[in-house]
Design a protein around this ligand. Structure first.
Ligand SMILES: C[S@@+](CC[C@H](N)C(=O)[O-])C[C@H]1O[C@@H](n2cnc3c(N)ncnc32)[C@H](O)[C@@H]1O
Length: 178
């Protein structure tokens, strides 16, 4: 297996000590795109929010700061991601405002219609069955709830996975990178 596939594997499902290091790195690396995405999302101060594929917990952390009276749940199928996410959010977990658990998007351990908002940052392209996974998310959303799916545009080719950049205003169907 090439170094590149190993690194991408750690993004898809961080594992072991390398995975925990990757999750901390992803927290730093994604901070800007998370701010951008959440800046385009209407978030109520007492919203009940779920972040799917929460990784090292950076999005959960930022969401809890915006929804000051709300509750934020994070879920991720990687043990390493869950460990880092809990560490990152220790204080707000103790305060009972953040809840992090292990699980997959395919079968969310939540009852129907409970969330005002579900976020997914840089994770949906790893999901095994996008259509049924989105249906599962819809199940846990309240009627009228929101689902921002946040990700950067990837330039495929030899730079695959490294050469990322935020979306530009000219991007879109018909453009070279759309
Ligand atoms: C590149 S990281 C992004 C983490 C975080 N959302 C962020 O932007 O900082 C992708 C995360 O999605 C998680 N993930 C991938 N497939 C998943 C699935 N089917 N269910 C739950 N989590 C998943 C991985 O374990 C990993 O922590």
């Amino acid at each position: 297996m090439s170094i590149m596939s190993k690194l991408l594997g750690q993004c898809r499902k961080p594992m072991g000590w390398l995975g925990r290091a990757a999750a901390w790195g992803i927290n730093r690396g994604h901070s800007e795109v998370i701010d951008w995405g959440l800046g385009h999302t209407l978030i109520g101060e007492d919203d009940k929010i779920l972040d799917v594929g929460c990784g090292g917990g950076e999005t959960v952390h930022k969401l809890a700061r915006i929804a000051e009276e709300g509750h934020v749940y994070g879920i991720d199928f990687s043990k390493a991601s869950v460990a880092v996410s809990r560490r990152r959010n220790r204080q707000l977990m103790q305060a009972g405002r953040i809840h992090i658990q292990r699980g997959s998007v395919c079968c969310l351990p939540f009852s129907d219609g409970g969330f005002d908002l579900v976020t997914a940052v840089e994770t949906h392209y790893f999901w095994p069955d996008l259509v049924s996974d989105l249906q599962e998310i819809r199940r846990v959303l309240k009627l009228g709830g929101k689902l921002p799916v946040i990700g950067e545009a990837y330039e495929w080719g030899w730079l695959c996975g490294i050469g990322t950049r935020p979306l530009q205003s000219g991007d879109g169907p018909g453009s070279k990178s759309g």
